[in-house]
Design a protein around this ligand. Structure first.
Ligand SMILES: [Zn+2]
Length: 718
């Protein structure tokens, strides 16, 4: 007999087109109804709280007195909480972010009882290949999800094992029709039958067991009070099936008995049966870029610095750091970081990023001061300390700021040796901004803020300190040049602001590097959608203003221009370039490294378009390699489903627009070329030969969700 597990739950998007404040009002209501039922109805056994503890945090913020009730229900195994903090995205959220989401979710759960040890992510827009690895790290052996799968991954079944290269493995229960097929189940016979006839065949086709999962819940849905009446009706309609309230652990107890399940690997990012939004990675680039920047600062600077400080005897501020992570992880919920939200919600997301970054910056500053102040020395002069948070020794050209009252100074190392440096820039600043005791000391002499550059070898996971001593004034060492030459490259700038790079090791030139591509975006916050038959605009004809400077350590190139683009879709269709994007590239090349650093500042005045930068590689590639959480993923430059998606009626056109976390590269047997980013996390491999890495700089759209997108997709293909 087929067993149907009816699992009561609610999916909780903390924010989406509505704000967290709006959903909190519903939450307070829903929680009371859920707890009341669980406490008073012995036949109502379970309720799954969406696998995330931020719901509880939001609830306790206004109902702290409910903690004891929640604790009793969790310990009785009735209210099922955790293991996540929020319903995280898996595509543009960093490695540590996903780990912390589990870490803090499990920690918060344990205040009340055991969390549900299932990596439940029912709505995330695609599944990262590394999830089994991360889940196993927390001893989690099961997971449930919906989006991104299709039979081309190796099975058409809804239960399978999913593993990673390191041997980690989880058992998957797919929700092939999502988490809401049992939302507001009707009592009325015809309606109920109609619903079930639609879903049962799909569930039965997919399952390897006699057990079907019917999640009874939906986004922000209150508890279904008449569920027993509905189940009675279901039993009458389907006498050969058993219906009962259940939970996901019970489902896995059954699935685990199967011994012939498929074993799959890799990411799930197919938009065949459901949408995965393969171009959501560039929606609201301001927010996406800030997230990447703060994640990197938090994990690559603040946390190693705090560990270093702890090692030196200072307190590790767990509470402050948890507060930063929680601001970030609220933003990592799939809709929030997807930025498929209303503008007021985006303002709140940006606000949390501001708070997270401000806390991070201030704590970095605090720890650096603690460490530098504690350095024992006989010198009483000011100190400049350089930190290295990587586990190996590095030789680096360092550009830094130094604020002093000296008109000239030398830098002296611990052994009393003078160190070379060059001044890039100097300006006087208001002493009141620097010295809080200025009135007390009565010294109003100006401070000078120097931007200096030096080359130094830094110890692994350590620091080097120099003493600042007054000396003769020094003049700036940079010289204007027409062409930059370093140990690895000769870099020239074309009239249109693109770079021409000659690579000395390869004896090969790369031209038109950083050419910009501009096209219309008729899509919405979920998906990019090109304009039918449009001609793309390139920056090949612009006249850039360029300055190039070089000193004994590095070269600096400044490129700026204005790219004329249509103001909106109508102007684009009419071929009018009546608006612009102001572009400013700052390119830095250290002499001793095969690395070209590019900063890009954009001021966009136009609507409904997408801007990408091209990095030609000279490699005709069939695969790209990009990083995901704690690993990398190899993807074909063209998704083979492009040939069949219309015939097979995919929910989305499978463009090869993909996410990365910090790099994407192409390679051959001879060489490789990679682009590293600390902002955008979206790329596509383009060009007739698939030899060019296109990095999305931003896209701008005016709609949260557009109904006729699919038609748009289709018309493009025709
Ligand atoms: Zn959702």
């Amino acid at each position: 007999m087929k067993q149907v597990h009816v699992v009561p739950h609610m999916h909780w998007d903390r924010e989406w087109y509505f704000s967290t404040e709006e959903s909190r009002i519903l939450l307070v209501n829903n929680m009371e109804e859920i707890m009341e039922r669980l406490e008073n109805d012995p036949d109502y056994p379970y309720y799954v709280l969406d696998g995330q503890t931020s719901i509880l945090e939001d609830y306790f913020a206004v109902k702290p007195e409910a903690k004891e009730r929640v604790r009793n229900l969790v310990q009785a195994g009735k209210l099922i909480i955790g293991p996540w903090y929020t319903q995280t995205d898996e595509m543009v959220v960093g490695s540590e972010s996903i780990v912390r989401n589990l870490l803090y979710g499990i920690k918060d759960s344990k205040e009340f009882g055991q969390p549900m040890m299932i990596g439940y992510l029912p709505d995330s827009f695609g599944q990262s290949a590394q999830m089994p690895h991360i889940l196993n790290g927390f001893d989690i052996k099961y997971t449930i999800f919906w989006r991104g799968t299709s039979e081309r991954h190796g099975t058409d079944k809804t239960e399978f094992y999913w593993q990673t290269e390191d041997g980690s493995r989880v058992l998957v229960q797919l929700l092939p029709l999502g988490y809401a097929i049992g939302k507001y189940l009707p009592q009325e016979e015809d309606a109920l039958k109609e619903r079930m006839e639609k879903y049962f065949p799909v569930l039965e086709r997919g399952t390897t067991t006699d057990h079907l999962v019917l999640p009874n819940g939906h986004d922000q849905m209150p508890i279904q009070k008449d569920i027993f009446e509905v189940m009675k009706r279901l039993k009458e309609l389907y006498p050969d099936r058993e219906f009962f309230l259940s939970n996901y652990e019970k489902v896995f107890e059954e699935v685990e008995k199967q011994d012939d399940l498929a074993v799959l690997e890799g990411e799930f990012l197919d938009g065949k049966y459901m949408r995965v939004h393969r171009s959501i990675y560039s929606t609201r680039m301001d927010i996406k870029a800030a997230n990447a920047r703060v994640e990197n600062k938090l994990t690559n600077v603040l946390e190693p610095l705090a560990s270093m400080a702890y090692d030196l005897g200072f307190e590790y501020h767990h509470g402050l750091i948890e507060l930063i992570w929680k601001e970030m992880m609220k933003n990592h919920a799939h809709d929030s970081i997807g930025c498929c939200c209303s503008d007021k919600v985006h303002r709140e997301i940006a606000g949390r990023l501001f708070l997270a970054e401000e806390k991070t910056d201030q704590l970095i500053d605090f720890y650096k001061r603690k460490i530098v102040d504690a350095i024992e020395t006989k010198e009483d002069s000011d100190r400049l300390t350089l930190f290295n948070f990587l586990p190996y020794q590095r030789e680096e050209v360092v550009t830094t700021e130094l604020i002093t009252k000296y008109k000239g100074f030398t830098l002296v190392d611990a052994g009393g040796e003078e160190v070379d440096y060059e001044i890039l820039h100097a300006e006087e600043i208001d002493p009141g901004l620097i010295d809080r005791q200025i009135v007390h000391y009565g010294n109003y002499d100006p401070f000078i803020k120097y931007e200096i550059q030096l080359k130094e070898t830094l110890p692994p996971m350590g620091y080097t300190t120099f003493f600042v001593k007054e000396a003769e004034e020094k003049t700036a060492g940079s010289q204007s040049v027409n062409s930059v030459e370093t140990d690895y490259y000769q870099v020239d700038v074309n009239e249109n602001g693109t770079l021409k790079i000659y690579d000395k090791q390869l004896d090969q030139s790369f031209d038109q590097v950083l050419l910009l591509e501009n096209g219309g975006d008729d899509g919405d916050e979920y998906d990019y959608s090109p304009l039918e038959g449009e001609e793309l605009i390139y920056s090949d004809k612009v006249k850039a203003s360029v300055s190039m400077k070089q000193n004994s350590y590095a070269a600096h190139i400044d490129i700026s221009y204005s790219l004329r683009v249509p103001a909106h879709l109508e102007a684009r269709k009419a071929g009018k370039h009546n608006s612009k994007v102001n572009v400013h590239f700052k390119v830095n090349v250290d002499h001793h490294k095969p690395l070209i650093k590019v900063e890009c500042e954009l001021h966009n005045e136009a609507k409904d378009h997408r801007l990408r930068a091209y990095i030609p590689t000279g490699l005709s590639a069939s695969f790209s390699i990009a990083d995901n959480q704690f690993g990398h993923v190899k993807r074909k430059v063209v998704d083979s489903a492009m040939d069949v998606w219309e015939e097979e009626k995919w929910s989305e056109r499978p463009d090869a627009i993909y996410p990365m976390l910090s790099y994407v590269g192409l390679s051959s047997e001879d060489y490789g070329l990679s682009v590293f980013t600390n902002s955008t996390r979206e790329y596509e491999i383009v060009g007739d030969e698939f030899d060019t890495i296109a990095i999305t700089l931003f896209r701008s759209v005016g709609y949260l969700g557009k109904a006729d997108m699919l038609k748009t997709w289709t018309s493009i293909r025709n």
